[in-house]
Design a protein around this ligand. Sequence first.
Ligand SMILES: Cc1ncc(COP(=O)(O)O)c(C=O)c1O
Length: 422
Amino acid sequence: MNLDRKSFLRQLGLGAMGLAAGGTAAGAADLPAFSDRDPERFWAAVRAQYLLTPGFSYLNTGGLGPAAGPVLDVYEKTSRHLQEKSETGHALFTQARTVLARFLGAEVSEISFVRNATEGNGIVAAGLALKAGDEVIFDSHAHPGGAFPWINQHKQRGVVVRTFEPDVTDAAGNLARIAALITPRTRVVQVSHVTAPTGIVMPAAAIAKLCHERGIWFHIDGAQSAGMFPFELRALGCDSFATSGHKWIGGPHETGVLFIRREKLDAVAPVMVGAYSTDQGDLSLELPYVNGTVRHEYGTRNAAAVVALAAAAETQERIGRARIAARGRALAARVRTGLARLPDLEILTPANAEINASILTFRSPRIAYDKLFERLLTDHRLRCRPVSEQQLNAVRVSLHLCNGPDECDRLVEAMAAILKKT
Ligand SMILES: Cc1ncc(COP(=O)(O)O)c(C=O)c1O
């Protein structure tokens, strides 16, 4: 039996939950209409959908985003339903791909589902035809999941790695730092769309232009951007892009998306292939890859997770992606304003709105970052993220649709109390 999506959804009773095109996204139907006069009523209803323990503030979406209850319902129901007839549910990927293509501003054929951002970055790093001496540029704030795939190419193939420290002044500064590192041997530029340690937003479209004028591949590690704010990959002009589904999009754990621009598809040699990478039904030696980034998918997968990721993306669309981005920004700005009044506190995330968004990173010479992280967690029930990268010795908060102004104020009060005692 091959369960198609429509009959599957009918059996699941999920038509009204919006997994079918044009339906209502998971849980979004239960939300009140957004009103400018009382936005907190709306956001309180959004927050109520999460399973997060009351009184515990989760400020680490950049590490791992919580999935809302209705998204988890989709995951569990899909999983159980597939188990009833022990189906893989692979046909369900098709609609999910349509949703994620729309969400990321890509064509359907440009999207493949991976397990996490690291896997997507690794497919591109390992698949490009790089030789010893070819140069790759990326930011020194890259997460290990963005940096190690390239350092591995250094180890395996002698690729030369060059890094630039993100500029905290403006977008032009970051563009200039990349341009200054480009040589005739530069083959790839990668940036963290939003840097993990301090939340700096890179000027992706301008970098794409710079790279394409020079025939350089441009890959974006978008683990921190997809779901934080809206953008269109085709319009941005990158050649490839990888993201986690389990951070800002709010999908289940172990979900991710890889985009490779249609025109550049063949430049990334598949590293792993199997069923679904090709339509070939026999053992002949041609192995023509399917015509799409889907060629990088292979073998049995967790269809329930992919379906729930699509439900999470649809939920954000229903809530309003610009609205979510503005919410994260406003909350980060509220924390910034509060922290700015405290003594001995340095905010590392740039104040320039051109290069910041929903992440805020800060530190104090009065207390070590790991102790500060611990105090915030154990004494104040505020789950932040310690930032040890590049000796920044700071603490990071991520503000998303599951957070509210009360949590921002609690954080500021907690910081005031901690600094008073140290
Ligand atoms: C910029 C960046 N890239 C990659 C990753 C790794 O993500 P994943 O665990 O989905 O591979 C992270 C995780 O925090 C990140 O911030």
